[in-house]
Write a protein that binds this ligand. Structure first.
Ligand SMILES: Nc1ncnc2c1ncn2[C@@H]1O[C@H](COP(=O)(O)OP(=O)(O)OP(=O)(O)O)[C@@H](O)[C@H]1O
Ligand SMILES: [Mg+2]
Length: 409
C-alpha cells in the first residue's frame, strides 16, 4: 500500500504533492475494500435468487415457479440446503421468455416496445444540481428494476465522478484497466466512436452500461470552445445534439435509457435534457434543498430557452419530482412534501423513496438493494422489505408513465 502523506513539510506547510499521495493511498484502500465484494478476478458478480424472489419478480406463486421445468434454465440449477433451487438472473429471463410464449392472454411477460406501433425509445434523465439528492441511487435502482420487469435497459453515467459506473462494477480507481466512456461517443474530432463500441455488458444480465470517468470533464471545456468556432466547423454537430445523435445509433436495441446526470447544469446536463424524453427530478424534502432546486429549475429554464427557440429542446413525455430519502415521521419533511404536492399535484410521484438503512448499507458495499440479499446482521427483515416495497412502488409508477407515453394505458 502507498505510504500516507501524513505530516506536513518541516516548515509546517503542507507539501504540494499531498493530494497526489492521498489519491494513491485512497486508491489502494478502495481496491482492498472492493476485493471483499468482488471476486478475485475483480469482476463484479451477481448472486442467485430464491424461488420466492423469482416468484415476486415474475408475478407468480412460489409453487408455480418450482413447477417450471429445470430444463428451461440457462445454467445447471444450484440446489442449496433444504433442497431449494437458486436461480441466476439469466434463468429468470429464460423463464420470462418461456412464460411469454405460453401466455394465452397476450404477450405480457416480455414487454419490449414495438416501434411499429410508435413506441419510441424512452430516455429518462435523472437530474438536480443538489449533490446527494439521490440521483445515482434512483438511476441505479430504476435501471435494474426495469430489467427485472423484462425491459432492455441501457444506463448512461454522465457524471465525471463515475458513481453509477462504480456501482455497476466499473472502478475508476483501477487505473490498470482503462475502459471506454460516454466521452468517446460524444467528443469532438476524429477520435469519436460509435456508441455501440462504448457500451459494456454488466454482471446484471440484461442491463448495459455506458460508463463515465473524469475525462468526461473535458466535454465541459470543449463544448463552449467548439460552439464559438461553429460556422468554420459545421460538420460537427452542436453540443446539445451529441447525446441524442449517439442514442439514435443504438435505439433499436433498447426500450429504456436511464441517464444519471452530474450535480450541475453544465453542457453535459443540457445535452442530456435535449436527448431526454422524460425528466425525473430527485428532491430530498428539506427547505434548503427545495430552495436550491428552485434555482436549478430557473437556471435550467433560462439555459434551455434559446435551444427551445431553435427547436432543439423537445417537449417531454413526462416531468416528475421524486421525493428521496424521505422520513415520513419527520414533521418538517412531511410538510415540505405536502407543500410540493399542493404546488405540483400529480407531477410529484405519489410514491416516495424512503430513507432506509437497507439502501445506505447496500450502497456502502457497492451494491443496490436488488443485488443485496437480506443480511440480518445489518438490517431487519422488515426494514429490507419496506425498502424493496418502496423501490418497487416508485419504479412501478415510472413504468406506468412509460406505458402511458407508449399509448399502452
Ligand atoms: N433512500 C435512501 N436511503 C438511505 N440512503 C440513501 C437513500 N438514497 C440515497 N442514499 C444515500 O445518500 C447518498 C447520496 O446518494 P446519491 O449518490 O444517490 O446522490 P446523488 O444525487 O447521485 O449525488 P451526487 O449529486 O453527488 O451525484 C449515498 O450515500 C446513498 O447511499
Ligand atoms: Mg450521483
Amino acid at each position: 500500500m502507498a505510504k500516507p502523506a501524513r505530516s506536513d513539510a518541516p516548515s509546517g506547510r503542507v507539501s504540494n504533492q499531498t493530494a497526489g499521495r492521498d489519491a494513491e493511498v485512497l486508491g489502494s484502500k478502495l481496491r482492498e475494500i472492493a476485493s471483499v465484494v468482488f471476486s478475485p478476478s475483480e469482476a463484479k458478480t451477481l448472486r442467485r435468487f430464491t424461488s420466492g424472489e423469482v416468484a415476486r419478480i415474475l408475478g407468480l406463486t412460489d409453487s408455480r415457479v418450482r413447477q417450471l421445468s429445470p430444463e428451461l434454465l440457462v445454467s445447471p440449477p444450484e440446489v442449496v440446503a433444504g433442497g431449494r433451487r437458486m436461480y441466476t438472473l439469466a434463468d429468470i429471463h429464460a423463464l420470462r421468455a418461456h412464460l411469454n410464449e405460453i401466455d394465452r392472454v397476450g404477450k405480457r411477460y416480455v414487454p419490449h416496445r414495438d416501434p411499429d406501433k410508435g413506441e419510441h425509445l424512452q430516455v429518462v434523465a435523472c437530474v438536480n444540481f443538489k449533490g446527494g439528492s439521490g440521483k445515482t441511487t434512483t438511476s441505479a435502482h430504476l435501471a435494474q428494476s426495469l430489467v427485472l420487469r423484462g425491459y432492455r435497459v441501457l444506463a448512461i453515467d454522465l457524471d465525471p465522478q463515475a458513481s453509477l459506473s462504480t456501482l455497476f462494477g466499473v472502478r475508476p480507481e483501477n487505473a490498470r484497466h482503462p475502459y471506454p466512456t460516454i466521452y468517446d461517443a460524444i467528443q469532438y474530432g476524429p477520435g469519436r466512436r460509435p456508441l455501440e463500441d462504448v457500451i459494456m455488458r454488466t454482471y446484471f444480465t440484461g442491463l448495459d452500461l455506458v460508463a463515465a470517468d473524469l475525462e468526461l470533464e473535458v466535454f465541459e471545456f470543449e463544448a463552449p470552445l467548439q460552439s464559438t468556432r461553429r460556422g468554420t466547423n459545421d460538420s460537427e454537430p452542436p453540443f446539445f445534439a451529441r447525446i441524442g445523435l449517439a442514442l439514435d445509433q443504438i435505439a433499436a436495441s433498447y426500450d429504456v435509457v436511464v441517464i444519471d446526470c452530474p450535480p450541475r447544469l453544465g453542457y453535459l446536463t443540457i445535452a442530456a435534457l435535449c436527448a431526454a424524453t422524460s425528466l425525473l427530478v430527485t428532491i430530498h424534502p428539506q427547505m434548503l434543498d427545495v430552495s436550491s432546486m428552485r434555482q436549478f429549475l430557473k437556471m435550467m429554464d433560462e439555459l434551455m430557452a434559446p435551444l427551445r427557440e431553435q427547436g432543439a429542446a423537445p417537449d417531454h413525455d413526462w416531468f416528475r419530482y421524486l421525493v428521496t430519502r424521505f422520513e415520513p415521521q419527520d414533521t418538517p419533511q412531511a410538510e415540505v412534501v405536502a407543500m410540493l404536492r399542493s404546488l405540483f399535484g400529480e407531477r410529484v410521484l405519489s410514491k416516495a423513496m424512503l430513507q432506509s438503512a437497507a439502501i445506505s448499507n447496500s450502497g456502502l458495499r457497492g451494491q443496490t438493494v436488488y443485488e443485496t440479499p437480506l443480511r440480518r446482521d445489518e438490517v431487519t427483515g422488515s426494514t429490507y422489505r419496506r425498502a424493496l416495497e418502496a423501490l418497487d412502488a416508485v419504479n412501478g409508477e415510472i413504468e406506468e408513465l412509460m406505458a402511458r407515453a407508449w399509448g399502452r394505458s
